[in-house]
Design a protein around this ligand. Structure first.
Ligand code: NAD
Length: 495
């Protein structure tokens, strides 16, 4: 085992009585309720964080409202882009500190935060920063009749919606937080962001860096605590838009609350039960490598990760045998253990939920490999592969959000499409084949926000991302985000 030594700045941060970040400053209210943040690698308490009071959330919304009508609202698009690029530079300069803070509370491998989450956050920020100067309306020529020589002109403007409430989950708290920060600030909106109570640390540090980058006080506020803060934000009359990423049940409650609060715009990035289809021509080794890279990374706690594998009957045995061998040989260890290939689940509640799935799978005789907890004190379990008992197996329906992958053979393309689409979800799906014609025929038939070919889960800022069916409403990235964070105003003129 080679454990990453903790940076002294990380230890100082943990000891610094973290709370919220409001109007350009860190705030830990005296006498506030404090909640424990755990290290899932050893189940110890990392630090206590002050739960934002209703009054502090109110202050955060007011600060964001003032910045929207003042400092940030009057910042030119070019300077908004400059500030976001500076924030990207500062994230790069503080990359190891951010990676450690994120890994400590999420249980995510330090390799993943160093090589993916932190650097990709930088890539996303810079991509969004480039859009700041490219948000525009259109001109049009009305067809109104002219009786006395009068003429008409019309154009549209894209105007920032106002104060955005961002609500984020625990699995990629830094990167998902950056997506919301970048989308809102690029468009000229301001933001009050509520991170998951399991991972409240890294975004607090980002807010400090944002001030250093020249983003004015109040434009970005972080309020830490439980879901009740989310409810307060959604119901607030000054919140113009809610951007939520999380589970389906919470997302449905958020959507309903936003609509009934003030017909508040809402985007929902929710869960998935993503299928991956391996056609008859796939190479077994490449298929196994692909599954390992995408289904078990961060212990399967990735919204778009494949949880359902439909494998052509001719390849099922070979792929399952090889995959089981590789899963059984994975080195398990804590998030900061640089030699570990598979880490802990993110929190105790999630660990308990996954053990419940294991009990069901074992009782039904479905386990191909794994299916057991591992000795603690951290929240460790075995990476697991299950066989489905028919196409209506519950393990092909419910999101586990863990390292549990279920396999079902298929024989022909029509059967494959029917089974892939037999789901309340529609976030991502993949097709693995070297037969381009087959892939191109399947793509339009698959009900998903993203279809990958010979890859899965990879996200890019230029490519819109979001779900169909029960996986959500709205799209992030590309230029699609602009529609969600701006309002279209039409202007007509007679002259
Ligand atoms: P969750 O729904 O339990 O919590 C998400 C956030 O909502 C947290 O900040 C939580 O405090 C807050 N919240 C809880 N109750 C609330 C309420 N009543 N009103 C307002 N906010 C409330 O989700 P989680 O367990 O943190 O994350 C896992 C889920 O997120 C999985 O289902 C996963 O698929 C999904 N996810 C989706 C995406 C995506 O982009 N589609 C990305 C990551 C995770």
């Amino acid at each position: 085992m080679s454990e990453t030594p903790l940076l002294s700045s990380v230890q100082r941060f943990l000891d610094s009585d973290p709370g919220s970040f409001v109007d350009g400053q860190r705030v830990s209210e005296s006498g506030a309720e404090r909640f424990e943040v755990y290290n899932p690698s050893n189940a110890s308490v990392l630090t206590l964080v002050s739960h934002a009071s209703e009054a502090l959330v109110e202050r955060a919304v007011e600060a964001a409202h003032s910045a929207f009508h003042g400092s940030w609202g009057s910042t030119s698009p070019y300077l908004r882009g400059v500030a976001l690029n500076r924030l990207a530079d500062l994230i790069e300069a503080n990359a190891e500190e951010l990676a450690q803070l994120e890994s400590l509370s999420s249980g995510k491998s330090i390799h993943l935060t160093r090589q993916l989450e932190v650097p990709q956050s930088v890539v996303f920020l810079r991509y969004f920063a480039g859009w700041a100067t490219k948000i525009h309306g259109q001109t049009m020529t009305p067809s109104l009749p002219s009786f006395q020589g009068e003429q008409y002109a019309a154009f549209t403007r894209r105007e920032a919606v106002g104060v955005v409430a961002g609500i984020t989950p625990w699995n990629f708290s830094l990167m998902i937080g950056i997506w919301k920060i970048a989308s809102a600030l690029t468009c000229g909106c301001t933001l009050v962001l509520k991170p998951s109570e399991f991972t409240p640390l890294s975004l607090l540090r980002i807010a400090e860096l944002a001030v250093e980058a020249g983003i004015p006080a109040g434009a970005l506020n972080i309020v830490n605590g439980s879901g009740r803060i989310g409810q307060q934000l959604i119901g607030h009359k000054r919140i113009a838009k809610v951007s939520f990423t999380g589970s389906v049940p919470t997302g449905v409650a958020v959507g309903k609350a936003a609509i009934s609060a003030n017909l508040t715009r809402v985007t929902l990035e929710l869960g998935g039960k993503n299928p991956a289809a391996f056609l008859a021509d796939v190479d077994v080794d490449a298929a196994v490598e692909g599954i390992l890279q995408t289904a078990y990374v961060h212990q399967g706690q990735v919204c778009a990760a494949p949880e359902r594998l439909y494998i052509h009957r001719s390849k099922v045995e070979a792929i399952c045998a090889k995959l089981s061998e590789r899963l059984g040989a994975m080195k398990v260890g804590g998030a900061l253990d640089e030699s570990a290939q598979f880490g802990p689940l993110a929190n105790k509640a999630h660990h308990d939920k996954i053990l419940g799935f294991f009990a069901q799978a074992n009782a039904r005789g479905q386990v191909i490999c794994g299916g057991k907890p591992l000795p603690g004190p951290g929240y460790f379990v075995q990476p697991t592969l299950l066989k489905a008992l028919g196409e209506h197996d519950p393990f092909l329906q419910e999101e586990t959000f863990g390292p549990i992958v279920t396999v079902l053979p298929f024989d022909d393309e029509d059967e494959l499409v029917r089974m892939m689409n037999d789901s309340p979800f529609g976030l991502g799906a993949s097709v693995w084949t070297n037969d381009l014609a087959k892939a191109m025929r399947l793509i339009p038939r698959i009900e998903a926000g993203t279809v990958w070919v010979n890859m899965h889960t990879f996200l890019d800022p230029a490519v819109p991302f979001g779900g169909v069916k029960g996986s959500g409403i709205g799209r992030e990235f590309g230029s699609a985000f602009i529609d969600d964070y701006t309002e279209l105003k039409s202007v007509m003129m007679r002259f």
